[in-house]
Structure formats: structure tokens, C-alpha cells
Design a protein around this ligand. Structure first.
Ligand code: ZN
Length: 94
């Protein structure tokens, strides 16, 4: 690939994600897709919230967001910004 790489985080303007688990209710499958959405009544225009979806739930979640005109784009999870899972409160002294 010869695409220019953007430095640092935030290339999509999307919230970083930690665990790649599907956002559908009751689903614990590994997510394959990131649905980038924005509710203009709640979020700054450049803000992108991220819902994660497995292959089974991608269409369902896209339909949900699309029906509200919130959906902006869907990207493979590999393109999402990752953040480390935060340590539990109080530290992990052993
Ligand atoms: Zn799912």
C-alpha cells in the first residue's frame, strides 16, 4: 500500500475502542466492523461515536443507525484507533 499514513491517533476522528466485542445487545462475538456515527443533537459535528459489530449484527446495527440518519460510515476494526484496556480502580498490587 502506498497511502500516506497520518501521524498519531484520531485519523478517523472516532472514539478509540478497547475490547473488540460486538455492541449488539446480548452478543459477545468478536467484532469485525466499526460503525461510525454521530447524533448532531448530542455530538460535535466532527465527533464519531463507534459501535462495534460482528458479521451477524453489522446489517442490523447499520439499519438502526441509518434509520435515525446517524450512521456516517462503516470501517473494518483494523482501521479503528485502539486504546489499552484501563486497569481496574485501585490498581493491581500483588
Ligand atoms: Zn454480534
Amino acid at each position: 500500500m502506498s497511502e500516506p499514513t497520518s501521524p498519531g491517533l484520531g485519523s478517523l476522528g472516532a472514539d478509540a475502542v478497547d475490547e473488540l466485542i460486538c455492541s449488539a445487545r446480548g452478543c459477545r462475538a468478536e467484532a469485525a466492523w466499526g460503525l461510525l456515527w454521530n447524533n448532531p443533537r448530542l455530538h460535535a459535528p466532527e465527533r464519531r461515536k463507534v459501535w462495534l459489530a460482528c458479521d451477524d449484527h453489522r446489517a442490523h446495527l447499520e439499519q438502526f443507525l441509518g434509520a435515525r440518519a446517524f450512521l456516517r460510515s462503516t470501517v473494518p476494526v483494523a482501521e479503528l484507533d485502539r486504546r489499552p484496556v484501563p486497569p481496574p480502580p485501585g490498581g493491581v498490587d500483588r
